[in-house]
Structures are given as C-alpha cells and as structure tokens.
Design a protein around this ligand. Structure first.
Ligand code: ARG
Length: 467
C-alpha cells in the first residue's frame, strides 16, 4: 500500500515526467536502499513534520495542507510501528516510500511537502538524527560500563596482582588499579562521543539539493524543532558531508579496540594456567565434548566484533575518499556500515558490562602470581638508592645479581639469606626485607596515578564524581 502509485512499472511517480520507461530489474536492485534505510523511518517522519510546519509558518504552504501532511505522517508512523506498512523496493528508499504513502492517504497536498527540500538534505538530516541518537545511547552504555569497573575497583583496591609489560611479570599492582586503567580508556571514549555530538549538532535540512533554495524558509526554526543547536552553514558541504558517520565509526573503532584488549585479558585470565578470574555461567559456554571446559565465548566475540567495526570505518573512508562535491549516490553505502557497527558496538559494550559485573576475582591466585617472577626487584633497587645512596644504575646492577642468585637457588628474593645479599653489596641490611613483599611494593607506589591503594581510591572518587 505504500506504493500508492497509480503508475505501473513503466515509470516512477517521483520523476516519471522525464522518463519513458521504468528501471531494469538489476537497476532496481542496485539502486534500492529501502532494505536498510527503513531504519530511518522515525527520523524521516520527524524531519518532514518539522519541515512542513516551517513551510506553513513561512506561508509557503497553507495551514490546511500542513495539517493534512502532519496528520498523514502520524498515521504512517503508526502503520510502520504496528507492522502494517508495506515497504516497496520499487520506491527505492524510505523517503519515497513514505511520500508515496502520504499521497495515497491525503492526496495532492502530499506533493507540497517536498517544496524547498531534496532527498539530499533529507537523507543527511535523517541519518544525522539517527547517528546522534546512537551516540547518546553509546554514551549511556559507556557510563554503565565505567560504573561496573568503578565498583570492581573499589572492591579490589587492595587486591594485589602482577602487572605486566610484554606479558611478562613486571611489578605488582592492584586489581583495582588495573580496572581503573579501563575506566580511563572508556572515559576517553565517552568524551569523544560527547565531542562528536557537539560537532554534529547542526541541522542539514534546507540545504536542498546542494545550492539552498529560493523559497523563504527558516532553517533556524527547523533546526530548533529538531533539537539541533543551529543550522549548517554551507549547503554544498551539508549534502556531501558524512564526517558525522565517519566520526561515529572512528569512535566506535577506538572503543572496540579497547573492548578487544579487555576481552583478550579476560580470555587469558580465565585460563586454568592464569586462573585470575572465573567467568559467570551467564557469560560463558561449555563444550559439547569436553565436560571440564568453560569457554569465554562472549569475550572472544567482543574481540572479533572489533574486526567488523574497524572494517566499517575503512569501508566508509574508502567510499568517501574520491567523491567530488556535492552528493553522489556512493554515499548511500554509508548506512549499512554505520548500522552494523552500531549494533556490534552496543552488543559488545553490554556483554562486557555483564562480564565485568559478574566475574569472580580469584584474589589468592592473583596474589600468588604477583609475588612470582621477582616482581619486587625494582623495589630492591629503589631501596638501595634510597637507603644506601647508590646511583640507580648501580642499584640495578646489584639487584640483577640478587635476581641471578635467587634464580640459581630456586627461591624468591625475600628468601635470600642476608649474608649472601651482603656479599653482593655490604650496604644491604635486614630492613631490605620489608620492601620485598608485594603488599609493601604496591603500598609504596603513592605517586599521583600510581598503584598504591590510597591513590587508587582517590582516582575512584574522582571518577565517581564524574560518572
Ligand atoms: N537513498 C538515498 C541515499 O541514501 C537518498 C538520497 C538520494 N538522493 C539522490 N539524489 N538520488 O543516499
């Protein structure tokens, strides 16, 4: 019924005047976007209502026609939402599907809606509104994820784990501190989202095909009605710009990259070899053949979704890179990339929030691992600098010898006999042993942003005030 055209396949009701015959079946297939841009129906209708209202306010169409249009559009909205609306591929896209249905519902007044606009500014508007709403959703989802990390960080501000570089044990840190690293990452993602919303908060409608229009429209009025800060300033740029979509995709790619690193850590931590965490049943799967297994599938899929999202960014960058100004049909290829990335990102953030909330932290395993691998060697070197006045480079050398000795004896640094340590450097006293425990090590790292529990708690409080 949306295809309210009285014409047959012979020509298109929107531009039939110029065309003697209809499109080839392949033409119709390659040209149509309705299969995916129907997602923009609500934005399209909102945009049309704002546009018609402005046209009437400016005396460009009559108040009666405007009322008919608005009423018709409301009807179409409920038809679509109830599933009664029949989308037609012959009508190409969401804009023409809705306009054709409007013509069936209200007659000739429908034809006045497209005064002083084009599908070029219409699609720019619809898509911008959609991306803006998606960014707002992303902002909320990131806030929930940050909240989950803040809770875990608070709970584990004192839980010691090994910190790694090159995935080799480096220095003891706290699990709370590690969680707060992710808070920083997702916090930056969220501020990128906020900046992007500000950036794109300009209304495209009224740019028309590319040159603006001679009708006395009021673009400030439509911008305001649609919740934009102001109208865009250049009509050519307006219909050829997809930066807002690219920005969404690049933000999504960076956030997905962060999620993927976390996913990788979850995969590693949940192995029996590491055993730092236990995933909840709700966020893992079993094996159909190996009864002992609990697999981190959700984390693995989050890691994999990053590939799709990065792919979408590259795809759209590549679509856009050679396009002359202004609109080209290439730009129709923008939507599926953004829709797919948005869906993947939403799911990935939600899955990660669930995993972080639910996972069991095995503090005993973390602590045991934190103490192995001579993780307090730097503390030994720092002690020599502080207490024995050695230059750091010399202290590093002495410590290296102590580590070699411990390795030879198969013991930890803290278990080395004092006499043998003294033989390496006579300045060493039994006070040294106080700094060799993992607890002492983390407690000593009180520099701003360091891993000491007191410092981590300060950072948690800073973020709580901003979440
Ligand atoms: N379906 C089109 C798109 O997504 C709408 C704009 C069409 N404009 C045009 N001049 N053919 O880009």
């Amino acid at each position: 019924m949306a295809d309210g055209s009285s014409e047959t396949k012979s020509s298109n009701q929107m531009w039939g005047g110029r065309f003697a015959s209809g499109p080839d079946a392949i033409m119709e297939e390659i040209n149509a976007s309705i299969g995916f841009d129907k997602k923009l129906y609500a934005q399209d209708i909102r945009g049309s209502i704002a546009h018609a209202t402005m046209l009437a306010h400016q005396g460009i169409i009559s108040a009666e026609d405007k009322d008919k249009i608005v009423h018709g559009l409301d009807t179409i909205l409920s038809e679509i939402e109830s599933g009664a609306f029949e989308f037609s591929r012959r009508l190409e896209d969401i804009h023409m599907n809705i306009e054709a249905r409007l013509a069936t519902l209200i007659g000739p007044a429908a034809g006045r809606l497209h005064t002083a606009r084009s599908r070029n500014d219409q699609v720019a508007l619809d898509f911008r509104l959609w991306v803006k709403e998606e960014l707002q959703k992303t902002e909320r989802a990131l806030t929930a994820l940050i909240g989950a990390f803040l809770d875990r960080a608070e709970e584990h501000a004192e839980t010691v784990m090994p910190g790694f570089t090159h995935l080799q044990t480096a220095q003891p840190v706290t699990f709370g501190h590690h969680c707060m690293a992710y808070v920083e990452m997702f916090g930056r993602d969220r501020s990128r989202v906020r900046h992007a919303i500000e950036h794109m908060d300009e209304s495209p409608i009224g740019a028309a095909a590319l040159a603006g229009t001679g009708f006395p429209i009021d673009r400030h009025m439509t911008a305001k009605a649609l919740g934009f800060r102001e109208p865009t300033r250049n009509s050519i740029d307006t219909v050829s710009d997809r930066d807002f979509a690219l920005e969404f995709l690049s933000i999504a790619a960076i956030a997905a990259t962060h999620l993927s690193r976390l996913a990788e850590e979850i995969v590693i931590w949940s192995t029996p070899q590491f055993g730092f965490i236990r995933l909840s049943d709700a966020f893992s799967t079993g094996s159909s053949i190996m009864p002992q297994k609990k697999n981190p599938d959700a984390a693995e899929l989050v890691r994999a979704k990053t590939g799709r999202i990065n792919g979408s960014l590259i795809a759209l960058l590549t679509v856009m890179k050679g396009l002359p100004l202004a609109y080209s049909k290439d730009m129709q290829e923008d939507k599926e990339q953004v829709f797919d990335a948005a869906e993947s990102l939403e799911l990935a953030i939600a899955a990660m929030t669930g995993m972080v909330r639910d996972m069991t932290i095995r503090a005993d395993r973390m602590k045991a691992a934190a103490g192995s691998g001579y993780s307090t060697a730097t503390d030994l070197a720092d002690w020599l600098v502080r207490e024995a006045g050695l230059p750091f480079r010399d202290a590093h050398h002495v410590t290296g010898r102590a580590v070699a000795l411990a390795e030879e004896k198969g013991c930890d640094l803290a278990d080395l006999p004092l006499a043998e340590l003294k033989a390496i450097n006579p300045a060493i006293t039994d006070k040294l042993f106080d700094v060799l425990t993992v607890e002492a090590s983390v407690a000593s790292r009180t520099s701003f942003g360091g891993t000491a529990p007191a410092e981590v708690r300060k950072q948690i409080a800073w973020w709580r005030a901003r979440n």
